[in-house]
Write a protein that binds this ligand. Structure first.
Ligand code: RP5
Length: 155
């Protein structure tokens, strides 16, 4: 994430990855404040064989795109909700990558962070049966939560 202040948003992704048994590491890296560290981290991600990088940033949110430029590890971008423009700035900064350097972009804020984690798990689940089983259980529990709602009418 681009700042410690993004943790409140990105924490939901970490909770889900932990629940789904997906190993992860967490870093604060800023495209603007620590630009020299980006190529280093991109190379590290490749060396470690990371399956993907979930990059959350807000405002002029260059972190996901810059990381994507420095590594071939797939980057999942999460637009953090900014105060000035409610995350519209973050979203457009992340989603409008020029052709050639893709960033998979998710919804603004906490929903985007959670979905980035679920998407990462879904990619891993194509080859990891344990993650697949936990993801299936998560989906089933989510469905059951709706069915158990007293306001749900299945007829
Ligand atoms: C971005 O600037 C960060 O991703 C964060 O969302 C935003 C504000 O950062 P702080 O000023 O709170 O550190 O780089």
């Amino acid at each position: 994430m681009g700042s410690r202040s993004d943790f409140e948003t990105m924490g939901g992704a970490l909770d889900l990855l932990r629940d789904l048994g997906v190993a992860y590491e967490v870093r604060v890296l800023s495209a603007h404040r620590t630009p020299a560290l980006l190529p280093t981290y991109g190379a590290r991600a490749e060396r470690l064989g990371l399956a993907c990088i979930i990059a959350g940033a807000g405002g002029a949110a260059h972190l996901p795109g810059m990381l994507a430029a420095f590594t071939r590890v797939p980057v999942l971008g999460v637009p953090v909700q900014s105060r000035a423009l409610s995350g519209q700035d973050s979203l457009l900064s992340i989603v409008q990558m020029p052709a050639g350097v893709p960033v998979a972009t998710f919804a603004i804020g906490a929903a985007g962070a959670k979905n980035a984690a679920l998407f990462a798990a879904a990619m891993l689940a194509t080859t990891d049966g344990a993650v697949r089983a936990r993801l299936n259980a998560f989906r089933a529990a989510q469905t059951q939560g709706v069915l158990d709602d007293p306001f749900f009418d299945g007829h």
